[in-house]
Ligand binder design. Structure first.
Ligand SMILES: Cc1ncc(COP(=O)(O)O)c(C=O)c1O
Length: 371
């Protein structure tokens, strides 16, 4: 990436100059090219190592010869499939090129310069990007010492300018949740112009916990709440880029004005429509994750590495040394993880829970890396 000082067109607006390009988990092919090794395992982007539903693969295969057509701009079939699966009215749903797209649209649609945004820290980095893009200051409110959203401190930041509040549940990178009781308290008495965005990208991994709130209940109750879901995680469709927001129809109608007409491609719609009904594949993915979580916890305890119990498909674990050293040592052993450095947490790694074989390779490489 070109350093800021060398960019040719310095006359962009100050807010655009402040935007930082997103740094994704390293792609497998890039590590192969750079290090000349093969058999690489990627545990860096919280993808589903079990892969996509076979039904999604079949749906895409069937559609391949029709790719000369534009996709259905209204995602009609997918909309009805998701609505009936979730017990929602079809007009409550807005589909996007990943849930990233919906975060972007929320910013473009609802933020005016000077409006304020509130989010936890560390948490998902794209909320702040949406705020900066729309000239809205973003309050980054530190998580508690247990790495949980500090809803009291977030509420204390609310004022007449507050427009969007992002709560990531479970949170990325920490895997922690806010409970139904805490969220009820938080939502109570918020000003009418505030929209609370519950980002439930990892919903499927968390929902078995009785304290985990069902965000869609707030939508059904007509609250100022948007729930974000994605097909990139438990559904295994990250490469297709598809996610959605569920919200009151009047809120959805505004996003329909800012959304690009063909923001969800043909294959993604078909794959997601097939995947949403494959409950068995999701159940298998969650079961794989539960087993992997146990293996990770046991190893981290034996290695004396503090970790945060997770409600998602990754673990936030303290290496008790510069995490970049461990990251690099793992990379040279063919394992891609994520350092805590983007969140300014210099000793933590975030590692995705993979298949049993991937987890075993990761743990064995970790033991070597820590020697
Ligand atoms: C909390 C959270 N929200 C949103 C996203 C974006 O997901 P996608 O755009 O793939 O739907 C991610 C991806 O890692 C995430 O962790």
């Amino acid at each position: 990436m070109t350093p800021l000082s060398e960019l040719q067109f310095p006359e962009v607006a100050e807010n655009i100059a402040r935007l930082v390009p997103y740094v994704p988990g390293k792609p497998i092919e890039e590590v192969e090219r750079e290090l000349g090794i093969t058999g690489i395992i990627k545990l860096a982007s919280n993808e589903n190592s079990l892969g996509p539903s076979p039904k999604a693969i079949e749906a895409v295969r069937r559609l391949a010869a029709k790719m000369h057509h534009y996709p259905d701009a209204s995602s009609f079939r997918l909309r009805n499939a998701v609505a009936s699966q979730l017990g929602l009215a079809p007009e409550t749903l807005v589909f996007g090129n990943g849930s990233d797209d919906i975060i972007h649209l929320l910013g473009v649609t609802f933020l005016e310069p000077g409006d304020e945004v509130i989010q936890g820290d560390p948490s998902f980095v794209r909320y702040e990007a949406a705020a900066i893009l729309n000239k809205a200051p973003c309050h980054l409110v530190p998580l508690t010492s247990d790495w949980v959203h500090d809803l009291d401190a977030m509420k204390a930041k609310v004022n007449a300018k507050t427009r969007l509040i992002f709560i990531t549940n479970p949170n990325n990178p920490t895997g922690t949740i806010v409970t139904r009781a805490a969220l009820d308290r938080f939502l109570d008495g918020l000003p009418d112009r505030v929209l609370v965005v519950l980002d439930e990208a990892y919903y499927e991994y968390a929902t078995a916990d009785p304290d985990y709130p069902q965000g869609l209940d707030y939508v059904r109750d007509g609250r100022n709440v948007v729930v974000l879901r994605t097909f990139s995680k438990a559904y295994g469709l990250a490469g297709h880029r598809i996610g959605f927001g569920a919200m009151r129809p009047d809120i959805a109608a505004w996003l329909e004005r800012t959304r690009e007409p063909f923001n969800v491609n043909l294959m993604a719609q078909a794959a997601a429509e097939a995947a949403i009904t494959d409950v068995e594949h999701v159940a298998n993915s969650v079961a794989m994750n539960t087993a992997g979580k146990r293996d990770f916890y046991a190893a981290f305890e034996e290695l004396n590495l503090p970790y945060t119990p997770t409600h998602a498909n990754f673990v936030w674990v303290d290496m008790r040394r510069d995490c970049r050293e461990v990251y690099t040592a793992l990379l040279h052993r063919g394992i891609i993880t994520r350092t805590g450095t983007p969140w300014h947490v210099p000793t933590y790694l975030r590692v995705t829970i993979g298949t049993q074989a991937e987890n075993a390779k990761f743990l064995s490489a970790l033991r070597e890396a820590l020697l």
